[in-house]
Design a protein around this ligand. Sequence first.
Ligand SMILES: *[C@@H]1O[C@H](CO)[C@@H](O)[C@H](O)[C@H]1NC(C)=O
Ligand SMILES: *[C@@H]1O[C@H](CO)[C@@H](O)[C@H](O)[C@H]1NC(C)=O
Ligand SMILES: *[C@@H]1O[C@H](CO)[C@@H](O)[C@H](O)[C@H]1NC(C)=O
Ligand SMILES: *[C@@H]1O[C@H](CO)[C@@H](O)[C@H](O)[C@H]1NC(C)=O
Ligand SMILES: *[C@@H]1O[C@H](CO)[C@@H](O)[C@H](O)[C@H]1NC(C)=O
Ligand SMILES: *[C@@H]1O[C@H](CO)[C@@H](O)[C@H](O)[C@H]1NC(C)=O
Ligand SMILES: *[C@@H]1O[C@H](CO)[C@@H](O)[C@H](O)[C@H]1NC(C)=O
Ligand SMILES: *[C@@H]1O[C@H](CO)[C@@H](O)[C@H](O)[C@H]1NC(C)=O
Ligand SMILES: *[C@@H]1O[C@H](CO)[C@@H](O)[C@H](O)[C@H]1NC(C)=O
Length: 833
Amino acid sequence: MISNALLAICILVSAAVLAEATAAYKPTDLFLINCGSTSDTTDSQSQTWTSDQKQLLTSNLENVSLSSDATYQEDVPQVPYMTARIFPSNVNYSFPVSPGWKYLRLYFYPTRYESGFDAASSFFSVTVNGFTLLKNFSADLTVKASKSKSLIKEFIVPVNNTLNLTFTPSPSSLAFVNGIEIVSMPDRFYSKGGFDNMITNVGSTIDFKIDNTTALETVHRINVGGQMVDEVRDTGMLRRWLPDDDVILSENSGIKPDVPGVKINYTEETPPYVAPEDVYKTYRMMGNVNNPEINLNFNLRWLFKVDAGFLYLVRLHFCETVPDVNGPGQRIFTIFLENQTAMLDMDVIAMSGGSRIPIYLDFSVYVGSESGPRPDLRLDLHPYTDVNPMYYDAILNGVEILKLNGSDGSLAGSQPNPLVSSVQTPNHVKTSIRKGDSHVLVITLAVVGSSIVLAAVLVAVIALLCKKKKKKDFPLHTTRSNPTDSCSPLTAFLCRRFSIFEIKYATNDFDEKLIIGAGGFGSVFGSVYKGRIDGGTTLVAVKRLGISSKQGAKEFKTELEMLSKLRHVHLVSLIGYCYEENEMVLVYEYMPRGTLKDHLYKRNKAVDPPLSWKRRLEICIGAARALQYLHTGAKHPIIHRDIKTTNILLDENYVAKVSDFGLSKVGPTSESQTHVSTVVKGTFGYLDPEYYRRQVLTVKSDVYSFGVVLFEVLCCRLINIENVPQEQSDLIRWVKSNYIGGTLDQIIDPDLAVDITLISLEKFCEIAVRCIQDRGTERPQMNDVVWGLEFTLQLHEAAQKNNEEGTMMDAEDLFSNTDDNCGPVVGEEPKAL
Ligand SMILES: *[C@@H]1O[C@H](CO)[C@@H](O)[C@H](O)[C@H]1NC(C)=O
Ligand SMILES: *[C@@H]1O[C@H](CO)[C@@H](O)[C@H](O)[C@H]1NC(C)=O
Ligand SMILES: *[C@@H]1O[C@H](CO)[C@@H](O)[C@H](O)[C@H]1NC(C)=O
Ligand SMILES: *[C@@H]1O[C@H](CO)[C@@H](O)[C@H](O)[C@H]1NC(C)=O
Ligand SMILES: *[C@@H]1O[C@H](CO)[C@@H](O)[C@H](O)[C@H]1NC(C)=O
Ligand SMILES: *[C@@H]1O[C@H](CO)[C@@H](O)[C@H](O)[C@H]1NC(C)=O
Ligand SMILES: *[C@@H]1O[C@H](CO)[C@@H](O)[C@H](O)[C@H]1NC(C)=O
Ligand SMILES: *[C@@H]1O[C@H](CO)[C@@H](O)[C@H](O)[C@H]1NC(C)=O
Ligand SMILES: *[C@@H]1O[C@H](CO)[C@@H](O)[C@H](O)[C@H]1NC(C)=O
């Protein structure tokens, strides 16, 4: 008796515990709308779907939309798929809801409809309260890229009292929808982070938060190692969890242990609504229990198809349920997202506090833009052995992957990748369930009859609309203009296009600490940041011109145009650009050694030895070759117009690369023409005096500026300095007067005294002086300059060899025999290239 009573109490207690554990979320807002249906209907799981007429914001329903039944029922439930509402033009639905995020699920069954509408020809856009959810979307193509015949698109949108849903057909197309579902969710369900209220940013320190300006799209919701969990078995939010068989990499896919009868111990941090028990009960692990060392050779890996160029919220669900793993320090593993460490030493029990206690963690990761098919978001797990865990294994129970809207408020991605292996047969050819009995058939026939009339009306309406639309721009977005469309000519350039988000991600939101220079687009000021792209693997220099101005836009375009066409070892390469949200940004290869100017004047003398004479000659030769290429290598000569020591950059190996093409001009395009007239632009001090006087630009203007650079390299002196006797303040005047007086040796960089050779110095000065002649015609071509400098380098190397026996000449000795000629050292001039 007593034992019976005890048993009864036990049952009562466990029932109470169970009731608490399974206490699901009760939605405060719930709409199940069967579009195109005229009355309420019940689906196979006894949920009631209402007609959509109440929610349509229009009084003349027949004129703006059409409801129609699908002709065939193929692998889809009756409700809500077998009826559709079809729109020839913009249509708004409006739902009164409480403030907060809502699940919005759109149901599509792309097939033929009895009105004659064929979903294969339907493209349309969907917006909600300013967010673009779908853009030129084809349900038909999306379904053909999957294994099923219907699809559900799930979004999570922030709303305040009203959820306005707008369908906009693409030009000469119709929009349609079969079902609309709106379900509320617990407060800040995705914005607060995982069970620890944190969202870990993977691969960037950029401030990441999900606030009420963010909409999301669920792209994957996976019950790892388990079965599909459908809407009614979910814990209140009508979510669908799919098995992971399609996303786990088939080799080394680990094992799916079967642990029957496990009860999940939900907690305050992880209440039942986070995920149903079925998700936490099943999991995947690496296995190889008898030979755990094997697990060190591979990763447990999942690949999730996603759209490139978006930020993703990745929610991982964990729960240790096997009795063997019952304490901290036993099973520890590293989590990688997109090849980057998301968490080094994940120990489920240590975090959750015990066996069968579920936890979930949130991460954010950016999937960069790529051309070609949609990329994979990659999740890897690997045992972490540094702390000697008991098991070399890893475990995962569930994954959710949510896409965050881009900076333009859009979630729309590209069309899906076609399914490779499937042979598609048209829907109407396949055997399918013909609906109804003869009784229904009569009704169907009647509907078909009226549908034909409606279809005729529809065609007339469309024809009329198309005529009207041709006159004005098609209003694809009614509330916001798409910044990417306004600059479509830019997309013609042969380089990568970055979104502003990607740029912000690369530069830690334009972190001032990452500024490596103040560069310009020609004369327009901008900052240069050090950044990382491609998941942090590639260093780049990001040049940003913040506020868009007419002048800036022009010089931005010039640089983009020039650099995307030009490729040369001595020109800095352009990787890509971004032109949106009033931001003009260019992305270049990163030059680890900065500008030539910095090496001349700003180096840290303690750690950074001065550039040797040989290195300086090599740098000058590199820059000269770049100019030679610009002047003679392209179809028409290109005049750089802004050659100076800040625009000559050095890579890791001190190879010179010319940058900043903002002021460049295509030179004379015909033989008879020798110059172009233009407003004088450039940098004071480097500016060709002839160009300045006559406003006539020729390639010789670059030669002049290059001559100035040569003297800067030699003298290591700014072109203009104050607080010195007046005749010395201007470098070029000072150089010229010293050249005439034969005292150039007095003014060279003292650091060069250790290794400069007299003979090369003379040759160098000869070239440099010719470059800065007043009259352009007296200046050499860049070809000659290149040869002259190469010759100078040869003279220097030969002279150094001869002097091997020892004299570290100092400048005084050097110039005591200025009259020596170069002849004896090297016999002949080098051959032309
Ligand atoms: C449909 O449009 C026609 C022509 O614009 C109009 O005469 C008719 O009243 C409209 N029907 C409804 C139900 O508003
Ligand atoms: C639908 O709503 C958008 C803005 O929310 C509005 O611009 C448009 O005119 C509406 N269309 C109809 C047919 O009411
Ligand atoms: C939704 O549409 C209604 C009717 O057009 C309008 O009054 C309301 O301001 C809209 N709400 C939002 C959030 O766009
Ligand atoms: C929509 O997509 C289809 C197929 O990709 C394409 O042919 C069509 O031009 C697109 N329309 C718009 C307005 O982008
Ligand atoms: C969004 O959040 C801000 C600040 O928390 C609040 O002032 C605003 O009312 C919220 N907007 C909506 C639509 O909930
Ligand atoms: C949200 O709605 C409330 C009540 O209508 C209003 O007071 C508040 O300003 C709205 N907030 C936003 C951000 O629209
Ligand atoms: C559930 O976990 C808590 C700790 O969070 C523990 O105190 C409790 O005993 C557990 N309940 C069951 C039934 O295991
Ligand atoms: C991760 O590494 C693999 C193998 O090296 C590579 O194929 C893949 O593209 C990388 N993914 C990312 C996002 O860097
Ligand atoms: C999402 O879109 C809104 C504008 O609708 C924007 O303010 C917000 O920054 C976007 N979110 C992200 C992560 O870009």
